[in-house]
Design a protein around this ligand. Structure first.
Ligand code: FMN
Length: 341
């Protein structure tokens, strides 16, 4: 049986000391009525921490502006009962020996209408709107620090608000927030700067980016490495400590002419530590067939490897690997997203 020795060794990334290279990817679960994470949510994260996941990134957590989403069961990062719920989550994860980052989320024009709210029509944000939203991220970061999180991740991927600025298809602005790739990164960078300013030095800020959108897998924020460099240089200068490069399949090159994946390019461009993700270990056979490739990317292309769907039906995936018990792995199936919590 092949063991994942390099993935299973301790590492320090952006000041976080971790027992291995595995990260739980952020996954929306719709289990927080009224935006408040329940004790079951704390159990859900604790089960992954106590089974060896080094760093957990929470599901997307809404910043405290009403435009962030109309979803009522997506958790929020706001003072009061939501903050208390998160304090329980971080306490349980820490007691299990884990570390946890809060992913801050605003859905932008992906937000849908809901009972009691008017239908949502995307419109151009005024500079006043922009300032208010930046402030809502800063306030959410403050709550995350009080609630005991070890890191914060800004969701700037997959077609939501910040990514809508990064992508030329949705960013048609003619002011300083639109135009060149660097200009399209200006608003996300101001959010990064405002959040970084709220975090004590030892709390790293992770920024998650992607080429693809939830609605368009072929979409790209950068057509070339040079365009990607413009964007990521601006985000890094604003205070990103780690880049989380989201792809659907980690083994796919980001651009023609080089085998580097998106995390590899992000690391090459910025020199920052990176996290790769995308269909890692969805079944025993896919894990075994790509283990060599996955380990080969460490640490030139990426420092950490995020696992999403496989951790739904297998909270103990990392332990199974480390104890050479891969025979017990339950292969991922789409229904797992509803069945397992
Ligand atoms: C049910 C589900 C919910 C997700 N929710 C989020 C989210 O809230 N924020 C985010 O950045 N990505 C989200 N993702 C994407 C995952 O973080 C991850 O990038 C993706 O599942 C690919 O990794 P995997 O192949 O290991 O599952 C979600 C994915 C799934 C399956």
């Amino acid at each position: 049986m092949m063991t994942a020795t390099r993935l299973s060794s301790p590492v320090s990334v952006a000041g976080l000391t971790l027992p291995n290279r595995f990260v739980m990817a952020p996954m929306t679960r719709f289990r927080s009525p009224g935006g408040v994470p329940t004790p079951e949510v704390a159990d859900y994260y604790r089960r992954r921490a106590e089974n060896g996941v080094g760093l957990i990134v929470t599901e997307g957590v809404l910043v405290g502006h009403p435009s962030a989403s109309h979803e009522t069961t997506v958790p929020r990062m706001t003072a009061g009962s939501a903050e208390a719920g998160w304090r329980r989550v971080t306490g349980e994860v820490h007691a299990a020996g884990g570390k946890i980052a809060a992913q801050l989320w605003h859905l932008g024009s992906e937000r849908e209408a809901a009972d009691g709210y008017p239908a949502w029509t995307p419109s151009t944000m005024s500079t006043g709107d922009i300032d208010v939203i930046i402030d809502s991220y800063a306030r959410a970061a403050r709550v995350a620090v009080r609630a005991g999180f070890d890191a914060v991740e800004i969701h700037a991927a997959h077609g939501y608000l910040l990514d809508e600025f990064l992508w030329a298809e949705t960013n048609r602005r003619t002011d300083r927030f639109g135009g060149s790739p660097a200009a399209r990164a200006a608003f996300p960078a101001e959010v990064v700067g405002a959040v970084r300013a709220e975090l004590p030095g030892q709390i790293p800020l992770i920024v998650r980016v992607s080429q693809f959108k939830e609605r368009d897998y072929d979409a790209r924020i950068a057509a070339t490495p040079a365009e990607l460099a413009e964007i990521l240089t601006v985000l890094a200068a604003a205070g990103a400590d780690v880049l989380h490069a989201s792809q659907r399949r980690f083994w796919e090159p980001a651009f023609d002419g080089s085998p580097l994946n998106l995390a590899g390019w992000a690391k090459k461009i910025t020199g920052l530590p990176t996290i790769t993700v995308g269909s890692v270990g969805l079944s025993r056979s896919s894990w075994l067939s790509r283990l060599d490739l996955l380990e080969r990317g460490l640490t030139d292309e990426y420092d950490l490897v995020a696992l999403g769907r496989i951790l739904l039906g297998n909270p103990s995936f990392v332990r199974l690997l480390e104890e050479d018990r891969l025979g017990e792995l339950r292969d991922y199936r789409k229904a797992d997203e509803d069945i397992y919590f």
